[in-house]
Design a protein around this ligand. Structure first.
Ligand code: HAM
Length: 423
């Protein structure tokens, strides 16, 4: 029986992996220019990192975590990065300077969801987190970074949707107002929303079912229930976005699937994606450190789904050529030629030049040329008895079909020179 990978978890290799690396590299450069430094946390965390912090009524904690149970402990595979990040910040006192500090991560996440296009069980997230800064400018900076990432790849087909979910105080009174609104309509809501009613009434606004959405359309909006400070923060944040040239729209229905948000919450959606249309999202989470029992400090961040970015880039045909190829393919015919070309190929590789060579000494010219074509080499280099007699090697340009004789004495220099000019 063939053993296959776990459903919703993919292998990455060849041309596709090449494209991923290219995209990852560009994103890391953007983080660098905005002053974010990398942090890596372990895949496995104690369950307490997420339960009680991300929110026990969220889908992630309620039903999507992969558990690893040993005799004494229950661990989980990281379902999201922010709680792990916060655990690490507190453990290593990364907040102790009291100064604004910026971090990014690029890590696999694990959620036991129903797989579909753009929704996997192991997926990859770039995340950015900025701690020790409570200002609306910090929120707008994060949104600008995310906006810059998509823009830098040439994607413009997305909406930046922003909201404020208020602070504990105004949110609690809003939740009460919402409950009063939904109470007489409880029987018309889906089973899931009926369950949410008591402890997570705001998440009813996020339900995708049409009946629930219809009812939610006339629900009171958080925008009208914000306290004066939250309202001022939100207005300033939007002002900063305008100054940063970020086109956005206000969406009071954004509540996010995680419980730790306060004030700013945002989502980038795109119709390039299909049903799972969230390219990325995030917000402020000033209360999260206290949920870990630590002193309270402000924080804001986002997560960007790599798989979804790749879908968008593919849709728009913005991905680079899938395969990189060797500059040279060496074709030694006979033992003597092999003895010359083998060390030469290693020397070129030490110079950083991709030089392919088969170690099979039984093959002839036809086979070598076929291989050079298969790997898409720019040049093949032929050395056989006839060439040895004349102290030359034959360099063939595989695309143009032209070939020339190169004296063995200057072969290495000539190949180095050609490699410099190879694309
Ligand atoms: P999130 O909205 O759960 O936020 O995930 C962020 C992004 O990860 C989504 O917008 C989506 O692009 C991608 N994503 C989520 N689930 C899947 C999946 N099953 N398959 C593929 N891609 C997926 C967070 O995780 C927060 N930690 C973001 C954050 C950082 N907030 C503050 N700081």
């Amino acid at each position: 029986m063939e053993i296959r990978s776990v459903r919703g978890m993919s292998d990455l290799f060849g041309g596709e992996l090449h494209q991923w690396s290219h995209v990852e590299g560009k994103i890391k450069e953007i983080f660098k220019s905005f002053g974010y430094s990398e942090i890596r946390t372990p895949v496995l965390e104690k369950i307490e990192v997420f339960s009680g912090t991300v929110g026990d009524e969220t889908d992630i904690v309620e039903k999507q975590m992969y558990r690893v149970v040993t005799d004494s402990e229950t661990y989980v595979l990281r379902p999201e990065g922010t709680a792990s990040f916060m655990r690490a910040v507190i453990e290593h006192r990364l907040n102790s300077s009291g100064q604004a500090s910026r971090f990014f991560y690029y890590l696999p996440m694990f959620r036991h969801e129903r797989p579909q296009k753009g929704r996997l069980r192991q997926f990859h997230q770039f995340g950015a987190e900025l701690i020790n800064d409570a200002s609306p400018e910090a929120d707008a900076e994060l949104i600008t970074v995310l906006d810059q990432i998509y823009k830098s790849f040439g994607i413009s087909e997305y909406q930046v949707r922003v909201n404020s979910v208020g602070c504990n105080q105004c949110r609690n009174s809003y939740k009460e107002t919402l409950k009063q609104f939904f109470k007489p309509k409880l029987q018309e809501l889906c089973e899931q929303c009926q369950k949410r009613f008591d402890r997570a009434a705001m998440r009813i606004l996020d339900c995708k079912r049409e009946t629930c959405r219809d009812i939610a359309k006339s629900a009171p909006l958080i925008t009208h229930c914000l306290c004066a400070d939250c309202k001022a923060h939100h207005e300033k944040m939007k002002h900063c976005l305008t100054k940063a040239n970020v086109t956005f729209e206000e969406d009071p229905y954004i509540v996010r699937g995680l419980d730790y948000y306060t004030r700013t919450a945002f989502e980038f959606t795109s119709n390039l994606l299909g049903a799972q249309d969230a390219l990325g999202g995030g917000g402020r989470y000033d209360g999260l450190s206290a949920r870990f029992g630590a002193e309270s400090f402000p924080a804001v961040g986002f997560g960007l789904g790599m798989e979804r970015l790749m879908i968008a880039l593919q849709e728009k045909q913005l991905l680079p050529e899938t395969a990189s190829a060797p500059v040279f393919f060496f074709a030694p015919i006979g033992e003597k030629a092999f003895e010359i070309l083998y060390p030469l190929s290693l020397r070129l590789k030490r110079h950083g030049i991709w030089c392919d060579m088969s170690y099979d000494k039984t093959k002839g010219l036809k086979w070598f040329l076929k291989q050079a074509n298969r790997v898409n080499a720019k040049y093949s280099l032929l050395l056989g008895d006839e060439e040895l007699k004349n102290n030359i090697a034959v360099l063939k340009d595989m695309k143009q079909g032209s070939q020339e004789n190169i004296p063995l004495a200057s072969l290495e220099n000539e190949l180095l020179r050609r490699a410099q000019h190879a694309p």
